[in-house]
Design a protein around this ligand. Structure first.
Ligand code: GLN
Length: 474
């Protein structure tokens, strides 16, 4: 009831949700009954969970923030949602997003603009802006988002909450509407590292409905949280932390930089050994990501043809039906991505764009001591340079974004400036690694300062370490 009251008071200014459940109290009462009867209830019993609207839910619409799917109600729950419900979680509603996850501000939703709870004239980040704002404003306890190029981590940073992008394959994508399938991951938001870890426990693990979901064993991510190490004076003694040099270069706001340097001294106080590492492939990430993500999306979104799902425009013949349904259904950012992706994949241009994004740009490109073959895939190079850095370090750190939350409308007409803001996050998706973002300070701005997020990157399937370090850090 207290959460619902809070929701009612804050939602008119924030617009975090596209749909709200009418069954929250009924479901909570059913759990209460179970507890009274001494029946088993799961670890999420009664916990209100927000779910990004590109994740399918059987009892509520799932629109991906697109007119093309307005009023669409899937006949099934995404595996992640099913698991949340089985463990007692209550889905409070579906959160706003940039259409199909394409954007960094949530302004590209076809339905509404979500405001940042720290300053309602600013964006909450994106594309999972609704999920981040909802947790930040305590409209729900935890929430699910999706992260293709930073969509969990950047909004977590802008809204001052914890955001966790799991290793690719850790969480089933079944029921997550595909944006770029080789990069998409469902991720978790919480107001503490422990909350994000508890949610990750619930949604992780192999699923036969997603061929790319991993069979890797799922540890209890929260087992180390109640630990005596927290009482030690140097609880992270010996932990090797690499600061990624390229992420603190020019282009990062000075306030963000000093918050990150503050976090660095905090890590040092906790006993970590710090060193600077270089990721020579860092600058390749952004152009490669935008070519690859647009190309994959142009293929994935071809299913929205007005016949199989969602809204259909009445037309005399089939091609007109496709054209009109798409013309009316998709917003301008999505159309631009489909055009870019189709262009990059088309005959004659394929070699110049898509293939080039997959290949290293300079034949003499050096990464560490190794000389790579000119035809090596950019993604492999990025993975290799992360691996080299993670062989020497337990975790790597960087800002989650080059700036704090900016004003609504500020970058709306400058897509390149918006894309540039993804520089800190996209490489992690290209390498498939897990990363945790948590608040580490504030910069000036808004009525009460604006939060800054620290990104911690770990080795594949080592979410446990990230959560442990994050928990001690906060
Ligand atoms: N901002 C990036 C994009 O627009 C990332 C989005 C995401 O992770 N879904 O593609």
């Amino acid at each position: 009831e207290s959460y619902l009251t809070r929701l009612k008071l804050t939602e008119p200014q924030l617009n975090s949700f596209l749909h709200l459940s009418n069954n929250v109290l009924k479901e909570a009462q059913a759990i209460d009954e179970k507890i009274r009867r001494n029946e088993d209830v799961g670890p999420l019993a009664g916990v209100l969970v927000g779910v990004k609207d590109n994740i399918c839910t059987v009892d509520m619409p799932s629109t991906a923030g697109s007119k093309v799917l307005e009023n669409y109600c899937p006949p099934f729950d995404a595996t992640a949602v099913k698991r949340v419900k089985e463990l007692g979680g209550i889905v409070v509603g579906k959160t706003n997003l940039d259409e199909f996850g394409m954007g960094s501000t949530t302004e590209a939703s076809a339905f509404q603009v979500t405001a940042n709870p720290w300053d309602v004239s600013r964006v909450p980040g994106g594309s999972s802006g609704g999920s981040a704002a909802a947790v930040s404003a305590r409209q729900c306890v935890v929430s699910l988002g999706s992260d293709t190029g930073g969509s969990v981590r950047q909004p977590a940073s802008f809204c001052g909450v914890v955001g966790l992008k799991p290793t690719y394959g850790r969480v089933s994508r079944f029921g997550l509407m595909a944006y770029a399938s080789s990069l998409d991951v469902i991720g978790c938001f919480g107001s503490s590292v422990a909350d994000a870890g508890i949610l990750l426990n619930a949604v992780s693990g192999h699923d036969r409905l997603d061929a790319t979901s991993s069979k890797q064993e799922v540890p209890d991510f929260t087992s180390q949280f109640v630990s005596a190490t927290l009482l030690e004076s140097k609880p992270l003694k010996g932990l090797r932390v690499g600061i990624i040099r390229e992420t603190l270069d020019n282009g990062v706001d000075t306030g963000v930089k000093s918050a990150i340097l503050g976090a660095v001294s905090h890590l040092e106080e906790l006993g970590c050994t710090l060193s600077e590492v270089s990721l020579p492939t860092f600058s390749l990430g952004l152009p490669a990501y935008y070519i690859l993500a647009s190309s994959e999306s142009s293929s994935n979104l071809s299913r929205y043809d007005g016949v199989r799902y969602g809204n259909q425009v009445v037309a005399d013949e089939l091609n007109a039906l496709y054209e009109d349904s798409r013309a009316k259904g998709f917003g301008s950012e999505v159309k631009m991505r489909i055009l870019m992706g189709t262009y990059a994949l088309s005959a004659g241009y394929y070699d110049a764009y898509y293939k080039r994004a997959q290949q290293v740009l300079q034949s003499s490109f050096m990464c560490g001591q190794e000389k790579f073959h000119p035809s090596a895939c950019v993604r492999t190079l990025i993975q290799k340079s992360f691996k080299a850095a993670l062989d020497e370090n337990d975790i790597l750190i960087s800002p989650a974004a080059p700036s704090a939350a900016y004003k609504i409308g500020e970058k709306k007409n400058d897509p390149l400036a918006m894309y540039a803001g993804d520089i800190m996050t996209v490489n992690v998706n290209l390498a498939g690694l897990p990363a945790l973002v948590l608040p580490c300070g504030f910069v000036e701005g808004g009525p009460a300062g604006l939060p800054v997020g620290l990104q911690m990157i770990g080795a594949a399937f080592d979410e446990e370490k990230l959560l442990k370090v994050g928990h001690v850090f906060e």
